[in-house]
Write a protein that binds this ligand. Structure first.
Ligand code: ZN
Length: 287
């Protein structure tokens, strides 16, 4: 089954911005919330989608791990989650999540807008396109330039510093990493480590949805300077660190979301252009 990138009449009535909350971020709205149980061809999403208002703008919220954190990263139904948001009309997603720092210039409590990712997960269903129309979308620049710019601008106005460049390594989990793994990844030049955000980012691009990863550094997953920090080993530590900086995330969302209504200049919505193996597509040297 396939969903067209074009907005339809149903979508035009729904929320255009979606927030996916990660570890420590299970709800967004205080009051006046509609709750939608959305069915998808891929099964049920991790949680019902709540629709409420942020600064007067209709916004959808979905809890990535479920509202009781019952879905660990490797079993989250990413296909259903992204599809459910699209079904309600969402064309932009801000995905929030806790990450570990691999490099010492990323400190606990800091907020990061990643610009690249490296995927080391396996077995996750990371495409909507299993044929017969073969589809290769580009993710060379995986995160939406428009939303990144708006969030960076909001951070600057609010005096909330944001890292604008970081390569996010996504690992399978659910176990935390060893010191040796962290050292290996740090030496490879990766900045942050997470167990989620992939395949969300690729699935969103396949459906023409703008997507950014708004990451909060909640732990040192690596050696720092001359001292070997203990890698994170306790989920409660991550949740606790997230709560401490939660307010900054909310302030950023409050400032950025009203501006997301401006017409996008990005190419995310045209992700299928030139991506498909249609008649005449295959180059001669490939036959
Ligand atoms: Zn975009």
């Amino acid at each position: 089954m396939e969903m067209d990138n074009q907005t339809n009449n149903h979508d035009a009535l729904g929320p255009q911005t979606g927030i996916i909350g990660g570890t420590g971020f299970y709800s967004l709205f205080q009051s006046d919330v509609e709750t939608w149980e959305v069915e998808t061809p891929y099964g049920a999403p991790s949680s019902p989608v709540t629709v409420g208002s942020v600064q007067g703008v209709k916004v959808a919220f979905l809890s990535r791990h479920g509202d009781r954190h019952q879905y660990p990263p490797h079993v989250v139904n990413y296909q259903a989650n992204i599809w459910a948001l699209k079904r309600l009309g969402v064309n932009r997603i801000i995905a929030v999540g806790a990450v570990g720092a691999l490099q010492k210039n990323f400190r606990i409590g800091e907020i990061v807008l990643c610009d690249q990712f490296v995927n080391r997960t396996w077995g996750r269903k990371d495409t909507y396109y299993d044929g017969p129309v073969t589809t290769h979308i580009s993710v060379s620049d995986p995160y939406c330039a428009d939303i990144r710019k708006i969030l960076l601008d909001a951070g600057s106005k609010l005096d909330i510093p944001l890292h604008a460049k970081a390569t996010l390594l996504i690992i399978q989990g659910p176990r935390f990493s060893t010191k040796a793994e962290n050292r290996d990844w740090r030496n490879a030049g990766y900045d942050l480590v997470s167990m989620t955000h992939y395949p969300e980012v690729a699935l969103a691009r396949e459906l023409g949805i703008c997507y950014v990863s708004l990451c909060l550094v909640t732990d040192h997953a690596t050696v720092l300077g001359d001292n070997e920090a203990d890698p994170v080993s306790d989920l409660q530590d991550v949740v606790g660190a997230f709560k401490t900086s939660h307010e900054k995330i909310i302030q950023l969302l409050d400032a950025a979301i009203p501006r997301l209504g401006e017409p996008p200049q990005c190419a995310c919505h045209r992700s299928l252009e030139g991506a498909r193996a249609e008649s005449g597509w295959i180059p001669l040297w490939f036959k």
